[in-house]
Design a binder for this molecule. Structure first.
Ligand code: F7E
Length: 345
C-alpha cells in the first residue's frame, strides 16, 4: 500500500488528485487541510467514510503540524497543493502569500529531509512564475519574471525545491502548471466567475426576470487554460519518474478572457455583441439589447500578466502525458455544470 499526503485536499486540485489516486486500490490517501470554524468540504464530501481516505489537520504555516504528520505517516508521497492561490488577492496579503507558498514549502522539505527522506515531494508551481514574458510559447527554460507577490512566492518555492533536490537528493519536483479549471474551481477565478454568471443570466432570462450584468476586469489578457483533471494525471506522472525533473503542463494554446466569455454565453445559447471600448466596453445581448457584461476597473490588477501560452512538449514526449479535454469542451462542461444540465465528455 502506498501512502500519500495531499495538502489542500478541499480545493480543486487536491480533491481531484484524491479521486484519481483512490481509483487504485494500492493507494491510501491522507487528505490534509486546515481547521476552519465553518468547514469548506464540499469537494471531498463524497470521500468521507472511504476506507482508504483519512482527513488530516495540517497548516502550512505551522511547521510543527507538518513535522508531526510526516513523523506519524512517513508517507511515500507528499503532494503539496495547499497555497494561497488567488493572484488578485496577493497584493492585499503579500506576507501571507510568501509565508504559505514559500515558507510552507520549506517546512515540508525540512521535515522530509530530517524525518522521512524516502518521501517523494511535489510542489505546485505556476505559469505566473513567467510573468512579464520574454517569448512565446513559454517552456521550462523561460526566465522567471513574476508580476505579483503570488508569482514571486512561487518562484522562491521553485528555487528552494531545486536546492533540496540537488543538496540532499530529495525526490522533489515543482511542476509549472498553466491555468487549469473545472467544475470545482473557486468562484473568484475568472473562468468560474464567468460560468456562474452565465448560468445566473440564463436562468433570469428564462424566467423573464431582470438581471444585472456580470462585471469583469481585463478581458484582453490571455491564458493557456486546461482541464484540472488532465493535470492531476500529469502531476502523478511527474512524481513517478525515476529521477526528479520539473515539467510544464499546458494545453499549448492561448485564449483571451473575452473568448472565454463568448464561448460560455454561446454554450447557454446566448449570443452577444461587443460594443464600445476600454472601460466602457460592454457585451450586449443580441436578443434583448441588454448588457450581459460590463467592465469594472475594481477587477483590474496593479500589474497584469498579459499573455501566458505554454509549451508542454517535454512532458508529452518524456512522460507520455496528453491532455484529453479541449478548451471549448472545458467551457461547455463548466457552463453545463453551473446550469445543472447533463454533460457527457
Ligand atoms: O485570472 C483576468 C485577470 O484569477 C485570469 C491561479 O490558479 O492560474 C490562476 O491565476 C485572468 C487575469 O487566474 C477578472 O486579470 C479579468 O488576467 O482566473 P484568474 P490567474 O491570475 O491566471 C495560475 C496559473 C495560478 O497559479 C493561480 O493560482 O483573468 N480577469 N477580470 C479577472 N480575473 C478574476 N479573477 N476576476 C475578474 O473579474
Amino acid at each position: 500500500m502506498k501512502t500519500i499526503i495531499i495538502t489542500g485536499v478541499t480545493g480543486q486540485d487536491g480533491s481531484l488528485m484524491a479521486d484519481y489516486l483512490l481509483k487504485d486500490t494500492n493507494n491510501f490517501v491522507y487528505g490534509a487541510c486546515r481547521r476552519l470554524s465553518v468547514p469548506n468540504h464540499q469537494n471531498i464530501e463524497h470521500l468521507k467514510g472511504h476506507e482508504r481516505f483519512k482527513l488530516l489537520e495540517l497548516d502550512l504555516t505551522d511547521a510543527e503540524s507538518i513535522n508531526e504528520a510526516i513523523r506519524q505517516i512517513k508517507p511515500d508521497y507528499f503532494i503539496n497543493f495547499a497555497a494561497n492561490s488567488f493572484v488578485g488577492n496577493s497584493w492585499k496579503m503579500p506576507i501571507n502569500h510568501m509565508q504559505t507558498n514559500c515558507m510552507g514549502v520549506l517546512y515540508c522539505l525540512e521535515a522530509i529531509k530530517n524525518i522521512s527522506p524516502h518521501t517523494r515531494f511535489y510542489n505546485a508551481g505556476s505559469s505566473e512564475q513567467f510573468g512579464d514574458v520574454s517569448y512565446s510559447p513559454q517552456d521550462i527554460n523561460h526566465p522567471f519574471k513574476p508580476r505579483s507577490p503570488y508569482g514571486a512566492s512561487k518562484c522562491a518555492a521553485h528555487h528552494i525545491v531545486k536546492v533540496y533536490r540537488e543538496s540532499y537528493g530529495t525526490h522533489a519536483v515543482q511542476g509549472i502548471l498553466f491555468n487549469h479549471e473545472g467544475v470545482r474551481r473557486g468562484e473568484e477565478f475568472v473562468t468560474r466567475k464567468i460560468t456562474k454568471n452565465v448560468a445566473r443570466i440564463y436562468n433570469s432570462k428564462r424566467s423573464g426576470e431582470s438581471f444585472a450584468p456580470m462585471e469583469l476586469g481585463n478581458i484582453d489578457s490571455k491564458r493557456d487554460w486546461s482541464d484540472a483533471q488532465d493535470f492531476v494525471r500529469g502531476v502523478w506522472m511527474m512524481l513517478n519518474q525515476d529521477s526528479p525533473k520539473d515539467y510544464v503542463l499546458s494545453a499549448n494554446e492561448t485564449h483571451s478572457v473575452r473568448e472565454f466569455v463568448e464561448l460560455a454565453f454561446k454554450a447557454a445559447f446566448i449570443e452577444g455583441d461587443w460594443i464600445g471600448e476600454g472601460l466602457t466596453e460592454r457585451f450586449v445581448d443580441k436578443e434583448t439589447g441588454k448588457d450581459l457584461l460590463i467592465i469594472n476597473p475594481a477587477f483590474y490588477r496593479p500589474a497584469e500578466v498579459d499573455l501566458l501560452w505554454g509549451d508542454s512538449t517535454p512532458a508529452r514526449q518524456e512522460l507520455g502525458w496528453t491532455p484529453k479535454t479541449s478548451f471549448s469542451k472545458l467551457v461547455e462542461k463548466m457552463v453545463a455544470s453551473d446550469l445543472h444540465w447533463p454533460y457527457n465528455d
